[in-house]
Design a protein around this ligand. Sequence first.
Ligand code: GAL
Length: 435
Amino acid sequence: MSNDKSSEDSGLTRRQYVAGTGAVAGVSLAGCMGQSEDTGTDGSSEASLEIVHWWTAGGEQEAYQSLLTGFQEAYPEVEVTDNPAPGGAGSAIDAVIQNRVIDGNPPSTFQIWPGKALSPYTDEVLLDPIGDSVWDAEMRDAYLDGVIELSRPAGDFVAVPINIHRLNNLFYNVSVLEAAGVDPATIDSPGALVTAMEAVAAETDATPMAHQTAAPWSSLQMWESILMGEADVDSYQALLEGNAEDQESTIRSALETLAEYAAFYPEDAGSISWDQGNNQVIEGNAAFIHQGDWAAGQYGGADGFEFGENWDMIPFPGTEGVYHSVIDSFVMPTNNPSPEATEKFLNYAGSVDAQERFNPIKGSIPPRTDVPMDQFGAFLSRQFEDFQGSDAQPPTIAHGTGVTPATQSALSEAFANFNGNLDVDQAFEGIRNAF
Ligand code: GAL
């Protein structure tokens, strides 16, 4: 899919952006000041609310639309301009946002991971603080503490998280596994998954692992899961803190396992998007997929593909008890073209109503603790129980909460190369340099 093909370009752009952050901010702030005079300040001529996001894939589109419907019911006076930048895991959004910021022409709000992903913006004061206008006492009371911290990585509140996805899932097609004679309960390590995939390859016509390599993020995230499954959360956390040298053997082992998995990808892995891969699971043409539970959001929209009966999921082998969290948020860029409407939208995104509408369709659980869970269905209710019972909820690399965009971008490049050559030595060097 063309969406994901843009990722390598976006990796370059990301590097340039991060490398030149100071310069970008200088231009941007100057541009911003000039532009706010043009827009008018009396409120009556406010621009429409422009939202940039990447939720155009299966399930995500519907979840986003239901968020907008709720927002429009709450604030019918606000005109919304929907402006998607399609590409899984935001692989195309940075280029768009970067150019807009350089031109002093930011959108009203955009989708971004909270935590470290915000750092180029907070370093250069490109986001307005929303601690008073949005994060009132009611919201602060309702949100999970860990999510609150991610919303103010540099002190001031700058983001409104709307969901919590789990990354360490292994989804599977029940009939394909039955045909292969594979009992998912026996897949208790990343290595045991190789054995299961061998059985699928030997006993069925299905692709064992519906993985995409058109963009590097899915391999990066699978490597994160393998590393945690083979080692533990502490090793993973040590890596996030930059101790790549100390983790050399765990890093290399996870790369070797990932290289073994590559033999089981679809023939068209290099040209499909994550949701096209997921479709292969839905259609019974593939057995497994490792994805965040946005994949379950897509299953929700697939006719005759029912949880338990047709599909199920186990935590990625070796990572039971871990809820590897992926979180999305919205922000208020400085020089906002529609400050009042943006504030309304951020207030809405932080509400029970928004999170109750959005998350069941998206395949995520809410970051507020007071959202009624009765509409979340059997799968997300189980995920929610797993979350509540989890020992650790570490942030991710591929989805930006746990590393800066510069590190993430360097790792994406390493995994783009690894997808092509499966060269463990070269990938280890890339990972060491990235950290
Ligand atoms: C993640 C994002 C999810 C989902 C996924 C696939 O980065 O947090 O909401 O969109 O990418 O594109």
